[in-house]
Write a protein that binds this ligand. Structure first.
Ligand code: ATP
Length: 361
């Protein structure tokens, strides 16, 4: 067994060359390709990208949560000196829910309809901390209170269908926090909720994260969510990380043309629907069945050139070694090209946009 990496001794989680492929009738689909990153205590890492870019498969395979016999997973996921990809199922079950907890998009995935909310939380405590039934019940009430569920003494006895979508997601967060995990994996936990509840849940996760000091790895297709909550961001495209770094650096000086496209697709701060022109990135991502030697974004990139037939490596910026991207464009050209893309995402004339929104006269 390889040794755990000495260079990342401050990291809570170190992912090295995570690669996931799946055998299908049409051939082998490469859905996560050579993904490496580290998570430090207290980090809030946002994984962002379009649908199908491999975000969920990256997240789920950190803890080997996919049980498809056609999947092959390779690489290393170091946590507490152990490689999670090589552990026995028994040892992994001790870690899941205990030291690393998961929150899914749909709260109902995590809840069994015939058991009460309190039972679910108590079950986590009994499974991982050998807590007595009485103590687990009291702790469940405390946790429900902490995640903002009103009348927790009553709601502890409620069945999942008796709660609203937002309350169920809060209950799932309470369950995930029950054993004070050092890492929370969250797969679009706010997507199924209305906009107001989404904002409340995101806010709650940030508060709880700073209170409990857990690290969060959060999958989303929404760059706005990353901007609000994450201190680190990983932009994924076609199974690979194309850009990663501290969120403020990536948002202030994005380097990859795909990131420019993603940022061009979100409303600017303070803009109203009437003054924002959403630009989408033309074209669609390649099928994971496609084998490409070069940059997977080349077919959609406005700046494609000869070099793009080769896969660009992730290279750090000289002045910001934590910020890296995988693109062959010369660094010296990036600022002017980025300005061109992002400026074209702004409405030339807000009145013009307003007129267009009114539709044909
Ligand atoms: N078991 C599987 N068999 C075949 N292909 C799969 C399997 N699981 C995932 N895929 C494919 O792998 C790719 C990556 O999927 P993944 O769910 O990680 O994407 P994602 O970025 O999370 O997308 P979304 O935002 O839509 O959830 C997709 O093209 C998906 O169709």
């Amino acid at each position: 067994m390889p040794n755990s990496p000495e260079t990342n001794c401050d990291a809570l989680l170190t992912v090295e060359a995570l690669t996931v492929s799946v055998r299908t009738r049409e051939g082998t689909a490469n859905i996560v390709r050579d993904v490496s990153f580290t998570v430090a205590p207290g980090d809030f890492v946002g994984i962002v990208g379009e649908s199908g870019s491999g975000k969920t498969m990256t997240l789920m395979n950190l803890l080997r949560l996919t049980h498809d016999p056609n999947l092959t997973v390779s690489g290393h996921v170091w946590f507490g000196g152990e490689d999670l990809l090589t552990l026995s199922e028994k040892r992994l079950q001790e870690i899941r829910g205990g030291q690393i907890a998961v929150i899914f998009q749909d709260a109902m995935t995590a809840l069994t309809p015939v058991y009460t909310v309190g039972w679910h939380i108590a079950e986590q405590l009994r499974a991982h901390q050998n807590t007595s039934q009485k103590a687990a019940h009291s702790r469940a009430i405390e946790l429900l209170k902490e995640v903002g569920i009103p009348a927790p003494e009553v709601r502890v006895n409620a069945y999942p269908h008796e709660l609203s979508g937002g309350m169920r997601q809060r209950a799932v967060i309470a369950m995930a926090l029950a054993c004070e995990p050092s890492i929370l994996l969250a797969d679009e936990p706010t997507t199924a909720l209305d906009v107001t509840t989404q904002a409340q849940i995101l806010d709650l996760m940030q508060q709880l994260q700073s209170r409990h000091g857990s690290a969060v790895i959060f999958v989303t297709h929404d760059v706005g969510v990353v901007a609000q909550a994450a201190n680190k961001v990983m932009v994924m495209y076609s199974g690979r990380i194309v850009e990663q770094g501290p969120t403020q650096d990536v948002l202030a000086t994005p380097q990859h043309p795909y990131t420019w496209g993603l940022l061009g697709s979100i409303p600017k701060r303070g803009a109203t629907r009437r003054t924002v022109r959403l630009v989408s990135i033309p074209g669609v991502p390649p099928s994971p069945l496609t084998t490409h030697d070069g940059c997977a974004f080349a077919d959609r990139c406005a700046f494609v050139h000869e070099r793009c037939v080769e896969q660009p490596p992730l290279v750090a910026l000289a002045k910001h070694p934590d910020h890296s991207d995988a693109c062959w464009l010369p660094r010296s050209d990036r600022e002017s090209l980025r300005a061109r893309v992002l400026v074209s995402a702004q409405p030339a004339d807000p009145n013009d946009t307003a007129k267009r929104d009114q539709g044909p006269a």
